[in-house]
Structure formats: C-alpha cells, structure tokens
Design a protein around this ligand. Sequence first.
Ligand SMILES: Cc1cc2nc3c(=O)[nH]c(=O)nc-3n(C[C@H](O)[C@H](O)[C@H](O)COP(=O)(O)OP(=O)(O)OC[C@H]3O[C@@H](n4cnc5c(N)ncnc54)[C@H](O)[C@@H]3O)c2cc1C
Length: 398
Amino acid sequence: MTTPLWRSREPKSSYDVIVVGAGGHGLATAYYLAREHGITDVAVLERGWLAGGNMARNTTIIRSNYLWGASAGIYEHALRLWEGLEEDLGQSVLFSQRGVLNLAHTTHDERESVRRVNANRLNGIDAEWLTPEEVKKLVPIIDISPELRYPVLGATFQPRAGVAKHDYVAWALASGADRLGVHLVENCEVTGFTRNGDTITGVETTRGPISAGRVALSAAGHTSVLTETLGLRLPVQSHPLQALVSEVMEPVIDTVVMSNTVHVYVHQADKGELVLGAGIDAYNGYSQRGSPATIENQVAAAVALYPVFGHAHTLRTWGGVVDVSPDASPIIGLTPFNGLYLNCGWGTGGFKATPGAGHVFADTIANDRPHPLAEPYSLDRFRTGALVDEHGAAAVAH
Ligand SMILES: Cc1cc2nc3c(=O)[nH]c(=O)nc-3n(C[C@H](O)[C@H](O)[C@H](O)COP(=O)(O)OP(=O)(O)OC[C@H]3O[C@@H](n4cnc5c(N)ncnc54)[C@H](O)[C@@H]3O)c2cc1C
C-alpha cells in the first residue's frame, strides 16, 4: 500500500493556532510555525480541497525583481528559500532557475525597466538590461523586427528567477507540515469568529466551532469576506485572472518571457505545454472564470510576438480569483483584534512568495509582532499613506 503524502484530518475542538486556507501560503505558514517555532498544535482549515484555490491555478513564475526595497526584502527572502526548499522538504518541486525576461515595448517601458534594473542591483538582486539582439539570442523564436505592433526595445533579465511545479509545492509543504504534527482539515469552511471583546478566541465553521489561541487568515480574496464579519473592511478587491496551456509542443523556449504592455507572458512546461498568462479581468468577482475577450487579446499578442505559436492549439483555459490591494503589494501582519493575523492581497504574484510569506507570517504569529520584512506591509499603511507602490513591477500579472 502506498503511504499518502499527508493525512486529511477530522478537526479537534481546540488548537493553539488555526490557519484559514490551505493554499501555498497557509501550508507554508503552518509548516514554518511547526518547524521554526515548535508550534505544532496547528490546524489548517480549508473550505474545499488542499490547494484548490490560486495555488494550483497559477502559472508558477518566481522572481524577486520588484522596484522598492521593501519588496526586494520579502521577494528575495522567498527566492532564497526556494533555492533550498527541495532539500529542506526532502521532495522535488521541479524548481527551475531558467531566468525571467520582462520585455520593454515603449520608451516609457524602457525607462521604467532600466530604473528597475538599477534599483534591483542596489538591493543586491541579480538584474541585467538586454538589448533586442541579446533578447533574440536567449529567445530565438521572438520577433524583434522594428515594424512589429509591439517592437521589442529591450528587456530586463533576472537569471536566478524561474518556475516551480505548483501542485508539487503544495504537496511537499502539506507533507512537511503533516510530518511535524499539523492537522490539515479539508471541507471545513470558516464562516465567522468567536470573540471575547476585541480578542479572537476561535472560529465558526461548517463543521462546528473550533477554539484557538491565535487565528491566521491566508484565504486570499476571501480574507476580506471573513474580516467583514468582524466589521473590519480590508482594502482588497478580487478579480478573475486567467491563463491557458497549449497542446504539447517540441521545446521552443527555455526561459520565461513577460510583456507588461501587451499583457502576455509565456514559458514552456517540462512536458511541453506552452503556459501563457494574461492581465486581470477589469471587473470584480469570485467566480474563478474570466472573459473570453481577455484570452483572445492574450493569444493575439502572443502570436504577434512569437509567430511559431500560430501553429499551437489551445488545450485549456482556466481562471482564479486574485486579491488585489491598492498599491499592488500584500498585507501581512497584525489586526485591530488580538489574536487575529492577516496575510492577503498578494494579487497576481503571490506564488513566488510562497515560502517567504509563510516564513515571515509564521514568525509574526509566533511572536505577536510583525517580522521585520513584514513591517512595511501592515494594514495601517493605507491609513498613514506609506504605500509600497509596485504597480510597475506587477503590471502584467507576475
Ligand atoms: C491564473 C493565475 C496565474 C497566476 N500566476 C502566478 C505566477 O506566475 N506567479 C506568481 O507569483 N503568482 C501567480 N498567481 C497568483 C498566485 O496564485 C496567488 O497570489 C497565490 O497562489 C496566493 O496564495 P494563497 O495561498 O494566498 O491563496 P490560495 O491558493 O487561493 O489559497 C487560499 C485558500 O483559502 C481557502 N478559503 C477561502 N475562504 C475560506 C474559508 N472561509 N474557510 C476555509 N478556507 C477558505 C480557499 O479555498 C483557498 O484554498 C496567479 C494566479 C492566477 C489565478
């Protein structure tokens, strides 16, 4: 008989820590709570199935080349953890540092990109500016002719960036957490909180109330739905975000190429499918499906930039729900309620942060104060105005 990677548990009536949401962030948080802080009386409550949210719907791009120092801190922390994750968890997650390019198509793009390369270097992050010819050398299938609708004026390049296999990551984190004694509870939706004044004492769930010393929310877009039950409004909007894969093709591209202006990005999965992502749908929603027009624009742009894709057939498209904050940066930290912690607002780019977010969030929960890397991401910044505006680096999804 094969041994399952993790056990789906019945919930107990009480835990030291409850983590809401078994996406990558919730699982990583539980894993690091147990491994780094010795807090093992932990349950991860998931309303559906483990990693059935954005975790298994994303396009797996990992990079740390955001603009601001705060972002360099958290995303680079995550990238360093990715670099040791397989060894740490004892399982393959197909982490592949194949490099990520961000194309510039306009003079404005070019200036912004060069500024970002310089900022990245000052923050100790590997970053290069490539000419169109250098781009062509790395990505021979790209069209760099100047008469193109979206001429390639150059690109930023982060060689240490890349991809990992999202479901393997979830399973490896779940397995690691389970081995350390964490309870993973599926089909258990959190519907509200129990409280004593301003102190949270547990959660109400579809499987009954469960008490907890601390409650940590990692429920992506549904985090704001949950805090609304406490009268706490979060500045987070949920939007559909779509992606697609082609039929299996021969190897044609061995790096990741993104394009802010035309809202398309591409890499090739190990088994040969082209993985293409788009920008977010403009409207708000929780339906995990987006509009066909977005996919159409994305495919048209991809075929213009990479004419060989004209031969590929779309195998499937899908959508997730991304939780976008006003400055395109996450919210991590304490809340006005004792014992309630937030990790949300990762928008279109939270997969890359998975180990880093979990690591920093676990530390924040264990010590009841923000981890130094989480400090700039407090909820309070929307009151003080100390925003971490990453719209430039997050303009195309990821
Ligand atoms: C199409 C697409 C492509 C993307 N591509 C990339 C990419 O290439 N790179 C990148 O870095 N990021 C990417 N992202 C973003 C990334 O997927 C997310 O930012 C990241 O997965 C968020 O992780 P999470 O654990 O917070 O959320 P999720 O994985 O969504 O986990 C939240 C979990 O909470 C559960 N939940 C919700 N409400 C409740 C409740 N009341 N009770 C119990 N459980 C609840 C949900 O079911 C879900 O499983 C992409 C997203 C999409 C949709």
